[in-house]
Write a protein that binds this ligand. Sequence first.
Ligand code: FAD
Ligand code: EPU
Length: 346
Amino acid sequence: MQIYKKANLKSFHTFNVDVTCDVLIVVETQEELVFAYKNAEWEALPKLLLGKGSNVLFTDHFKGVVIINRLLGIDVSNSVDSWKLHVNGGEDWPNLVAWTVEEGYFGLENLALIPGCAGSAPIQNIGAYGVEFKDVCEYVEVLDLDSFSVQRLNRAECKFGYRDSIFKNELYKKVVIVAVGLKLPKDWQPITSYGNLKALPNDELTAKRIFDEVCQVRMSKLPDPMVTGNAGSFFKNPVVSTQKFDQLKAMYPDMVAYASGDGMKLAAGWLIDQSGLKGMSIGGAKVHEVQALVLINSGNATTKDIISLASKVRSTVLDKYQISLEHEVRFYDSNKETYLHELVSD
Ligand code: FAD
Ligand code: EPU
């Protein structure tokens, strides 16, 4: 276990913004994780567990304890019809996906190159290219922060939704994820319903081919956080009623949308792009030139620059389309989670 006081968080989150915290602890075992929560020296301070920090924005010095999850280890077993992977929460998700494709445990290939830890994947039910974490999840193992016992939730109990789960709702701040169980059918079926994947010829439909295609498309659209600070899609794609969609579609016939439950999911990147915001910058924060849903740190962006730009994007889209974008990126101030509407008014 490593413990640092007054630590810089720059290398522990992907926006690459200069920000600090009172205490930073890197944990490698469940015992160390429990120690980090219970230790009397900082028991009263707020705690925040992070994987790779690829979906967070710190708005201030964090007057608390940031705990970095590095619980490693993967166990593979199998039943008659599926491979079963028990993956500890600190495992790197993109490495896990690449490894499964090499080993012949197929089913994760559409979720290639999503930065972060395996233990963070259930929080917002990560998704890309037609697959979500829920589609491969058998169970999620959590540490209860009251009893400090480990419990297992099955897939249904996790209440997964679009960028949503029980961990953002009923179990918010009550548990942390220590491991995930993945179930990958041996009778693998390709999923090619999304975007460029539709164009893959039938005789090329192997898991490796899909993995390569997803990696190639992602690398062409999304900025690499190792080079350019960002946290992926800054906002969620808004879901509107079919009635609202029909009104919008009459005014904007090219609007990009997909059926979602009872409503329609609109492409927020399209809304931002069509609002003329691509490439717009405030200080060191910029709307990505290729994928307008991504806000980047184009140099020395401060948190204030990113918040001002996010606010400008939100108010412009609201004025033009009467749609209020909700941020996917999780904001943390000096001691708790916070939200764009609490930091700036429209
Ligand atoms: P962190 O950013 O460290 O944490 C995110 C939140 O989860 C925080 O609130 C944190 O406190 C909480 N948390 C983390 N670990 C735990 C735990 N073990 N127990 C309880 N709470 C925890 N997301 C997608 O869904 N699809 C994409 O295609 C996608 N593409 C991306 C591309 C780029 C370039 C980037 C930078 C991000 C992208 N994201 C995408 C967002 C991000 O990759 C995911 O949200 C990922 O799951 C975050 O993992 P992390 O370990 O970095 O989480
Ligand atoms: N679009 C534009 N202009 C832009 C960006 C997008 O017109 O600047 C249009 C595209 O042409 C396309 C549509 O919007 O028709 C959707 O774009 P894309 O396929 O890039 O997907 P997205 O909706 O912007 C979502 C996820 C991504 C995920 C991809 C692929 C959300 C918030 N984002 O992006 O996840 O990788 O689909 O499945 O749901 C993330 O969550 O961080 C993330 C990157």
